[in-house]
Design a protein around this ligand. Structure first.
Ligand SMILES: Nc1ncnc2c1ncn2[C@@H]1O[C@H](COP(=O)(O)OP(=O)(O)O)[C@@H](O)[C@H]1O
Ligand SMILES: [Mg+2]
Length: 235
């Protein structure tokens, strides 16, 4: 069953269109990777799903309902969470304080916040070790783990991750990508935006975006056999 359905989405800034009619679905229980070069429209896509950008036309359906003009915070409450590009952790707050803020929409359900905190520390033991440390003093990789962890604190059914690997070593990027499989097993569907094709081995479905248009969709075995030169680099 598809959890997320984008249909003929047209989005732009000012008078300039960026997404030219994008349609795809993300099924419940999968890790979907949206691959594209810088400027392809990946961030615009996830920002639209999160409600941070208004589409010009087209629709975004989530869990069977049209999202329409629903506010970003209402979308978080209904189960969509975004781990933004560039991490944007609060440097002057501790790891634990950053995580608690991610659980804001669930603040009246202390059990959920407690469970999610334990889950995040289980996914990323490094964060547990550094729970009292200021986020600004963490390494880039640790800040990325924190950003993913913070997004998980609202217990989303759909987690959007925008360019987790940016600026990280391949080893650290893999640590973050690998966790998506545990996140999926624990019941959260993942849509991951990447420039780095190294994320493909973690994908159940792959989409390739070029200049605001999807040029490739593949599932399962197909994903691991993508001819990147042809599909991605436009060779
Ligand atoms: N806030 C904005 N105002 C104007 N143009 C923007 C804005 N954000 C992105 N763009 C433009 O939209 C295009 C797609 O950007 P983006 O969605 O960030 O791509 P990606 O995440 O794939 O790198 C780029 O040409 C970019 O310059
Ligand atoms: Mg981007």
């Amino acid at each position: 069953m598809s959890l997320l359905q984008l249909e003929d989405l047209v989005v732009g800034y000012g008078a300039f269109p960026v997404l030219h009619g994008v349609s795809f679905t993300v099924d419940e229980g999968e890790v979907c990777v949206l691959l594209g070069l810088n400027g392809a429209g990946k961030t615009t896509t996830v920002a639209t799903i999160a409600g941070l950008v208004r589409p010009w036309s087209g629709s975004v359906r989530f869990a069977g309902g049209e999202l329409g003009h629903k506010s970003p915070s209402a979308r978080v409450a209904s189960g969509i969470s975004l781990c933004p590009e560039g991490r944007r952790v609060f440097p002057g707050l501790t790891v634990q304080q950053n995580l608690k803020l991610g659980g804001w929409t669930r603040r009246k359900h202390s059990g959920i916040v407690r469970d999610q905190l334990a889950l995040v520390f289980d996914y990323f033991p490094r964060l547990a070790e550094r729970s009292g440390q200021l986020a600004g003093t963490l390494s880039g990789g640790e800040q990325q783990m924190l950003a993913v962890g913070r997004a998980l604190m609202s217990r989303p059914s759909l987690l959007l991750i925008d360019e987790a690997s940016l600026g990280l070593s391949p080893t650290v990027a893999r640590v973050v990508w690998e966790v998506t499989h545990r996140i999926k097993a624990d019941g959260t569907t993942v849509l991951m935006v990447e420039q780095n094709a190294g994320a493909l081995p973690y994908a159940d479905k792959a989409l390739i975006m070029e200049k605001g248009t999807l040029t490739y969709t593949g599932v399962g075995e197909q994903v691991q056999q993508i001819d990147l030169r042809e599909a991605y680099l436009g060779a």
